[in-house]
Design a protein around this ligand. Structure first.
Ligand code: ATP
Length: 354
């Protein structure tokens, strides 16, 4: 399989720079998700990897083979788009077979490949059905299966779940997760949906304004965002940010009315402007605790796994805490909060993690 090396990749549309000097290697045989808000340049970057768009500057290498000027057709890649690309008026099996015809495979090899992808994607029972009879999610599975069966070295997915109806979305996401676990190909997957990225990625390349701002495993990027942007964009809800008026710095020591301990942050303390804490990093007690900070519950909602999300007001500051079912159920107007130092990330004025 190939890794994909992006060397100084820039794409300009007239005076507008959509992708700005990206230097990045997408490792082979892994799932890399390009994640970011609308307009950050993810699709443009993917289209350049596919050869559908030429970079204004820079080179693209598959392993050590420079493909910058190689046509899409000759790059040996598979592509799955937002809307399923399928042949109407034919069966699911025919749809999966058609792209294999040009590969000049034996009938036995062709059947093997079709049956394999059908099994992974849960399409065995509909192989004889006409594609028109099937829902959008199943059609997208067929589109995925068609690309996978060809066994290209790289497969690109451009928001394949975005336009699938809600009922089929979860099932399709589950199938893709199962598929990616079994594929050896290099997968590049574009989405603006952080939950999708967290579920499917081996590594997330987070993009903002045409650049990759952080690339790490989902766990690492969630737990150790390198910027306020990453802390905010990953997670549902995103990280809480506590502004400068709640932080006191004296030499290397940082205190805050939000936490009872003093944090020694060494020489970096002077740059600490804001701190971030995840909703699950806030301890909540329904009885008064020593050193705890009193907060008012302004809203309660029950979420995944029976956990509660509490909207809390600490004076003028609004924060969100994720708590167990028992705490959430019994939390009334007043609760007491505390934050352990290991759950705190400090950021400087520019939003960079310290
Ligand atoms: P979305 O999720 O909304 O598709 P994206 O992160 O994939 O967003 P791109 O589609 O790559 O973003 O677009 C990046 C920027 O480049 C956007 O501001 C877009 O308007 C601009 N852009 C993309 N293609 C063109 C084009 N052909 N001509 C001019 N501007 C373009």
């Amino acid at each position: 399989m190939y890794d994909i090396k992006l060397q100084g990749i820039t794409k300009k549309f007239d005076a507008f720079t959509a992708v700005n000097d990206i230097n990045f290697t997408i490792p082979k045989s892994s799932v890399t998700v390009l994640l970011g808000p609308s307009g950050c340049g993810k699709t443009t970057l993917m289209r350049m990897i596919a050869g559908l768009e030429n970079p204004t500057e820079g080179r693209i290498l598959f392993d050590d083979h420079d493909v910058t000027d190689v046509s899409t057709r000759r790059r040996n890649i598979g592509m799955v788009f937002q809307y399923p690309v399928i042949y109407r008026g034919t069966s699911v099996r025919k749809n999966l077979e058609l792209p294999l015809l040009s590969e000049k495979l034996s009938k036995a090899e062709m059947d093997k490949r079709v049956d394999e992808v059908a099994e992974i994607l849960g399409l065995q029972d509909v192989l004889k059905r006409q594609v028109e009879e099937l829902d959008n999610g199943t059609r997208q599975k067929i589109a995925v299966g068609r690309e996978v069966a060809r066994q290209p070295k790289i497969i690109l997915f451009d928001e394949p779940i975005t336009n699938i109806d809600l009922t089929s979305k979860l099932e399709l996401k589950r199938s893709l997760k199962e598929l990616f676990g079994r594929l050896k190909q290099t997968i590049v997957y574009v989405t603006h949906d952080q939950t999708e990225a967290m579920t499917l990625a081996d590594q997330i390349a987070l993009m903002q304004d045409g650049v990759i701002t952080q690339c790490d495993s989902p766990k690492e990027i969630y737990e150790n965002p390198n910027s306020q942007f990453a802390g905010w964009f990953l997670g549902n809800p995103g990280m809480n940010f506590v502004p400068p008026q709640f932080i006191n710095v004296s030499g290397s020591k940082i205190t805050s009315p939000l936490f009872s301990q003093t944090i020694d942050f060494g020489s970096k303390a002077a740059s600490a402007d804001t701190f971030g804490v995840r909703a699950e990093g806030i301890n909540v007690s329904t009885t008064e605790t020593k050193g705890g900070v009193q907060a008012r519950v302004t809203r309660k909602s029950i979420g995944a796994g029976g956990q509660y999300l509490l909207d809390l007001a600490v004076g003028s500051l609004l924060i969100k805490a994720r708590v167990s079912h028992s705490i959430g159920r019994t939390a009334k107007d007043a609760v007491w909060t505390s934050i352990e130092s290991e759950n705190i990330t400090f950021f400087d004025k520019s939003g960079k993690a310290l």
